[in-house]
Structure formats: C-alpha cells, structure tokens
Design a binder for this molecule. Structure first.
Ligand code: EPU
Length: 461
C-alpha cells in the first residue's frame, strides 16, 4: 500500500464515521424550510412506456424523446428487448430508439421475472397478437391502491377476436383468425383499457368504435404517436373514438408530453412548505383543473413559455372540496401531494376519491405526524356532487391547520410516497422516510431535485 492509498483510506474512514447508517432506500428530512428554485420535469411516466409499446407496431424503428429516467421505463425497455426489440439510448439525454424489426416470442418465465411490479405488460397484448399471433401476460403488479382488475382489457381483446386463456402463471392469448375491428363500450373511461383498444385497433381489420373512452392528455399524445405511424383515428365529442384499421404502420419520432403528475406534486410541495418552485417543462392546458384548485387553496402561479412557477404567496391557505375523476376532472394522482398542503389550510377540506377504492391508506402516517384526517371507507353523502358516485369510493376529511412533526414513515405507494416527502419537508424536526425506492417508479432524480430546491436532508444511497 502506498502512502497515498493509506491517506485515501483514512479519509474514507472519516467519511464513514459521519454517515448515519441509512440504506439507499431511506432518507432523513429536516423539515421546516421552504423549497425554492427550479427543477425540470420530463416526459410523462404514464405516457412514455405506452409510446414504447406502440413502437412494436411499426415496420421501422421509432425514436422517443424526453423519456424520463424512472424504473417503469426500464421495465418496459427490458420487456421489449425480451421480445426481440432492439432498444438503444440515443445521444441526447432522454432519447430512446426502438427497432422492432426482429420481434420474437419470449419465454414466460423471463417475462414474469422481468415485469416486476409494472402493469404495462397488459398493453403488449394487442401489438404482440398482431406481430406474433400470441402473447403472454404475467400476473400484474402496480401500486397497492385497489384491486385494479383487467376485465375491461380482456373483454375488449375478446371483441377483437383474441382467445384468452387463464394460466396459473398469467394469461395466454392467441388470435387464430386474426384481429378485426369491434364495437366497444367501456363500463368506465379506463385509461389503460382505452390504450389497449387503441394499440389493438390500429392494425385490426376494419373499423373500431370505442365509446366511453378515456381522453386524458397522455391518451391524446398516444393517438398523436399512432397517427405519426400511419394510423387513422378520430376523436369525437362525448368520449367516442373511431379507429380505421390500416395494413401497416411505420416507426415514429416523437417528444413525449410532460409529466403533469410530477408537476402537480412539486407544486403541492411548494405550497405546503411555503416555498416557490419553477417547474420547467410544465404546461398550462394539461393542468387547468389542477391550477384552478391550486388557486382556490391559496397558492399562486405564473405560466411561462418554458414552465410554470408555483408559490405560496403568504397568508392562510383555504380549505377545498375535491372529487377525483377522469380527465378533465381532478386526477386521482394529484390528491395525495395536495392533501399534505391541505393539512395546513384553515378549515375543513373534503376529498372524494372516486377512481380507486383504496387511495387514502397514506393518511395514517400523516395523522401520526399530527394531521387530523378522517377517512370514510364507504364514502360520504354530499348533495353538491358533480362526479357520479361509484360503489367503492371513499372520502377524507382534513381539518386544519395542524402543525406536523417528524416521524418515521414507510412509503406505501408511488403518489403516497411523494406526499410523505412533502410531509417531512413541512414538518418540524426530523422525518425518516423508508421504502423510498417506490418513488423512483415515477419521479425522476427526485433526490437531486430536492437538493436543487434547497431541501435539508440526509441521503446516503
Ligand atoms: N378498472 C377496472 N377494470 C379494468 C381496468 C380498470 O375495473 O379492466 C378500474 C380500476 O380498477 C380503477 C378505474 O377503472 O378503479 C380506473 O383505472 P384505469 O384503467 O383508468 O387506470 P390505469 O390505466 O390502470 C393509469 C395510470 C394511473 C392513474 C390512472 C387514472 C398508468 C401506468 N397508470 O392507470 O397512474 O392513476 O390511469 O388516471 O398510466 C400513478 O401514476 O401513480 C398511477 C396509479
């Protein structure tokens, strides 16, 4: 060992002595200081993986730009690679090239091992049936926010002519007579089922009419991608989409729509911490409903060409009543981060969660930190409702303002997890957040972004 080496070891030992022994899945946040600065959001986690699946339908390579570095993307890239798609990173950051020239069947065990907790594999069904005549989908994961069944997907695929066989390890599909256009009415405007229909109908023989479709901006962006590939898709009023099947699609070149869920999360963090955050890449149109609520709660914002600045203008925050809904309603993914800000509002806020049946589990930890949130597991009666009541909905009543104090809390799911970061940043004292890894499913470089915004924390990952 040279002198230099031993000096290096001494320095490492000193560093180790100052470490507090966190795993890479944990963070300690010293709360109480406002988030201030600028961060960038990239392409939507709820669009980019589906755009990558669409590449399977082309006869030539596709290029997707503005792809976020989140684990859902890595799962889909791996799944596509298992099916013979050549997946390469472009020279520019966030650029992916997907060449489907040699699509092939993958082993069930490999698909199963690779799919992890993602729900995206279900969307490979239509494209794989077109390309290979068969598909296998393992048991699906995703966040623990309800049953999240796939019955709408399977029903739609059957209408296109797919034969579905349930196996102990997953679902096997074949299309002995090819896939043909269908008339489909979804029982609920499901985002995933609408994507399923789009990805299957574009190459199906004949016309497809989809009623009660989801029309989220990410779906419209997927339609734009498919149109670039050569598809003929008409979006009609009243949630009707017509698709005229074509014989062949080519690759696309597309910049993914920004992630409005991430943008809304940082906006809520700015509000809860009395901060001022410029979210680069955020756009107004896709966030209109959120912006209205943000203003009603007492937040302020400014729309710029290259992003939106969100801040707490001082004075008390005001309580609100929100019903989550499909687009253009208030997204279910926006409620968890906002709930933390609402714990600081003066008065009683109500949130009716109508999209998922179990999306208030995260509030237990907030109560442990001093919040006053009561969850009604069967929902609540409210005469002033706009969103149709669903069988399984729940409601949360948030009474504020309640100071939050640090605690040890474990991330339950993606959006709940981000709300815990906000709670830690808002609270007095130290908060230890464990099971942090889930957050990287949907928030690119969030540790780095916290640093950029001046958050005070210890992370040793
Ligand atoms: N549903 C069914 N049967 C189905 C499909 C859906 O009953 O076959 C129900 C679901 O159980 C749920 C409702 O319909 O109650 C809506 O589900 P949807 O299909 O719209 O959701 P998804 O496509 O599985 C996507 C996002 C979610 C987001 C929802 C709603 C992705 C990968 N996920 O899920 O994002 O909350 O749309 O906008 O795009 C997140 O980002 O944290 C997240 C959960």
């Amino acid at each position: 060992m040279t002198d230099n080496d031993s000096e290096g070891l001494k320095i490492d030992a000193q560093k180790a002595a100052t470490r507090v022994g966190l795993t890479s899945n944990e963070i300690i946040i010293n709360g109480g200081s406002p988030l201030k600065g600028r961060i960038e959001v990239r392409g939507a986690k709820n669009l980019a993986p589906k755009a990558m699946v669409a590449a399977l339908l082309g006869t030539s390579a596709s290029i997707l730009r503005n792809v976020p570095n989140v684990s859902d993307i890595r799962v889909v890239a791996g799944l596509l690679a298992l099916h013979g798609v050549q997946v390469t990173r472009g020279a520019a950051e966030g650029e992916w090239r997907l060449d489907p020239s040699n699509v092939e069947q993958a082993h069930h065990a490999d698909i199963d091992a690779h799919a992890g907790s993602s729900r995206i594999p279900i969307l490979l069904c239509g494209p794989l049936l077109h390309r290979l005549g068969e598909a296998f989908i393992p048991d699906l994961g995703g966040c623990r926010i309800g049953d999240r069944p796939i019955d709408f997907h399977l029903e739609a695929l059957r209408k296109f002519g797919a034969v579905v066989e349930k196996l102990p390890s997953g679902i096997s599909l074949t299309a002995p007579n090819g896939l043909h256009g269908a008339n489909i009415e979804l029982p609920y405007p499901s985002v995933g089922a609408t994507e399923q229909v789009l990805l299957t109908s574009v190459l199906a023989q004949g016309q497809t009419e989809l009623r009660n479709a989801a029309i989220e901006p990410e779906i419209i962006d997927l339609i734009c991608i498919l149109q670039k590939m050569g598809a003929i898709i008409t979006v009609e009023p009243n949630r009707v989409i017509f698709i005229e099947g074509v014989e062949e699609l080519r690759g696309y070149d597309h910049r993914a729509l920004f992630d409005r869920n991430e943008a809304a999360s940082w906006a809520s963090a700015a509000l809860a911490t009395k901060g001022d955050v410029f979210v680069g890449g955020a756009q107004q149109e896709e966030m209109m409903t959120f912006l209205n609520v943000f203003r009603k709660v007492g937040g302020d914002f400014e729309v710029h060409d290259d992003g939106i600045r969100f801040w707490h203008p001082g004075g008390p925050l005001k309580p609100v009543t929100i019903e989550t809904d499909v687009h253009p309603g208030f997204m279910t993914d926006w409620q968890q981060p906002l709930v933390v800000a609402l714990t600081q509002a003066e008065g009683v806020s109500t949130i009716h969660e109508t999209v998922y049946e179990n999306r208030f589990g995260f509030t237990d930890a907030l109560n442990k930190m001093g919040a006053n949130i009561e969850v009604y597991k069967d929902g609540m009666h409210d005469d002033a409702r706009r969103v149709m009541r669903r069988e399984f909905e729940q409601a949360a009543i948030i009474s504020g303002p309640t100071p939050l104090t640090g605690a040890e809390i474990e991330v339950p799911d993606l959006r709940g997890g981000f709300s815990y970061l906000i709670a830690g940043l808002t609270a007095e004292g130290q908060t230890k957040v464990t099971n942090l890894g889930i957050i990287s499913r949907g928030y690119e470089n969030f540790i780095e972004k916290l640093r950029l915004l001046g958050a005070d924390f210890v992370y040793e990952g």
